[in-house]
Design a protein around this ligand. Structure first.
Ligand SMILES: Nc1ncnc2c1ncn2[C@@H]1O[C@H](COP(=O)(O)OP(=O)(O)O)[C@@H](O)[C@H]1O
Ligand SMILES: [Mg+2]
Length: 234
């Protein structure tokens, strides 16, 4: 479904991604693990087109998307939950969801998708008229996920779902992502919390200072002494 080949990305002179190749197949749940500053968010932004790769190819369902603007990538089926959630603070929950559906013309489709979000996150329904900025971190994370689902993506990119959340909320958010994956949504999730990510994802890549140094099934990564020492040894 998604294929990155030999991607190099720079910020000015400094190289953030070094020859990255990643593949996510239809229906998979893949995680990319790495420490702070490893380049996780840069991978997500490169896939969305928010940062331009200087070389390499990105294809989605066989289509070369490297030259498409971010909104077009969203329209062809790539959903994005950014780091730090980035909900619209001054808008209500329901207005945030409508913003997520900005390119949908049919108001019935929008209403149906909002209802689906409320089924998945009953808490958002209870709070639909509340301003996003007044919600807790966990609730904002739910809203960010629900908003990303408004365009009915085929692939969902999630940037550090665990950031700033209490463990119980991290588990709750991850269980919802797992449920979405079981229902057929393909997931690519970058995460610092290797333990938790490897419990829900089927496969993982390990990113170190812009390079993929290892990739394997989650089970093998969890049993790999090198990985345990570097990422799971807390
Ligand atoms: N807008 C930017 N301008 C310059 N350097 C950046 C920018 N964003 C990220 N970087 C640098 O690129 C590297 C990777 O950052 P990032 O992708 O945010 O890592 P992660 O998400 O894994 O913490 C870091 O060294 C970071 O300082
Ligand atoms: Mg990041």
């Amino acid at each position: 479904m998604l294929k990155l080949e030999n991607i190099n990305t720079f910020y000015g002179q400094s190289q953030a991604l070094d020859n990255i190749s990643i593949e996510v197949k239809d229906g998979e749940f893949v995680t990319i693990l790495g420490a702070n500053g490893a380049g996780k968010s840069t991978i997500m932004k490169t896939i969305m087109g928010l940062v331009k790769a200087s070389s390499g190819t990105i294809s989605f369902n066989g289509q070369d998307i490297a030259s498409l603007p971010p909104w077009e990538r969203a329209n062809i089926g790539i959903g994005y939950v950014p780091e730090g959630r980035r909900v619209f603070p001054e808008l209500t929950v329901e207005e945030n969801l409508k913003m997520g559906a900005y390119s949908v013309k049919d108001s019935k489709v929008i209403a149906t998708n909002i209802e689906k979000s409320y089924e998945l996150f009953p808490r958002l329904k209870e709070r639909k008229s509340q301003l996003a900025k007044t919600m807790s971190g966990g609730e904002q994370q739910m809203l960010a996920i629900a908003r990303a689902l408004m365009l009915s993506p085929k692939l969902l990119l999630i940037d550090e779902i665990s950031m700033g959340l209490m463990p119980i909320l991290v588990n709750h958010s991850l269980s919802i992502v797992k449920k979405l994956n079981s229902a057929g949504l393909t997931i690519l999730m970058v995460e610092q919390n290797a333990n938790k990510a490897l419990k829900v994802a089927g496969r993982g890549y390990i990113l170190k200072t812009g390079k993929i140094i290892m990739h394997d099934t989650s089970e093998n990564l969890r049993n790999n002494t090198e990985v345990i020492k570097a990422y799971l040894g807390e």
